[in-house]
Design a protein around this ligand. Structure first.
Ligand code: CUA
Length: 191
């Protein structure tokens, strides 16, 4: 009867813990500390749910060394593409020390799915004021869907140290009014 044994020993440990002498002052500080931890974890959880922050869920592997030779991240397929169903996908390759394509133009208020791949080492991407913040691990595709709330220039930064040029690794996203935005015609085959 394994479960009963576990619950008995759990109860015993709890009773042992209860019978410990803990100074009232110490007990108070333990409570304060636990409340502070609970408050912080609570704020982080609510904020993550509210802004839709989550780790990239699908683990997709890719050969980082041959990205340029064909397939999804070949030069012709990079940048913004709009599928037949109207869904917007942006493919960006991160490499020391830049994001390719360098500049993106996107509409405000529409969901955009970003797919990121690294061609060399570990990079990261962060776009302030959005939920976009992920590592770009060589050998894997990172996918995150985001919506830019307002038109404007958004910085796009590498946030993982990737070498001596790391602090030069940034680019911009121009977010425009959806009425002013037109997708560049897709130049390559849809993967
Ligand atoms: Cu790429 Cu830091």
């Amino acid at each position: 009867m394994q479960p009963e044994t576990n619950s008995t020993s759990l109860r015993q440990s709890w009773q042992q813990f209860r019978s410990l002498h803990i100074d009232p002052l110490e007990r108070r500080w333990i409570t304060v500390t636990l409340l502070a931890i609970g408050l912080m974890v609570g704020i982080m959880s609510v904020d993550a749910l509210w802004h839709g922050v989550n780790p990239p869920s699908k683990v997709e592997v890719i050969d980082s060394a041959s990205l340029h030779l064909g397939g999804e991240f070949a030069e012709d397929n990079m940048g913004v593409q709009v599928g037949n169903d109207g869904k917007m996908t942006v493919r960006v390759v991160a490499g020391r020390y830049g994001f390719f394509p360098k500049h993106l133009r996107l509409p405000a208020g529409k969901p955009v799915t970003f797919r990121w791949a690294s061609l060399d080492v570990l990079h990261g991407v962060h776009i302030p004021m959005t939920n976009m913040s992920t590592m770009i691990v060589p050998g894997y595709v990172a996918e995150i869907t985001t919506t830019f709330p307002n038109p404007g220039e958004y910085p796009l930064l590498c946030n993982e140290y990737c070498g001596l040029g790391h602090n030069h690794m940034w680019s911009t996203v121009s977010v425009v009014d959806p009425d002013d935005w037109q997708a560049a015609p897709a130049t390559g085959a849809q993967p």
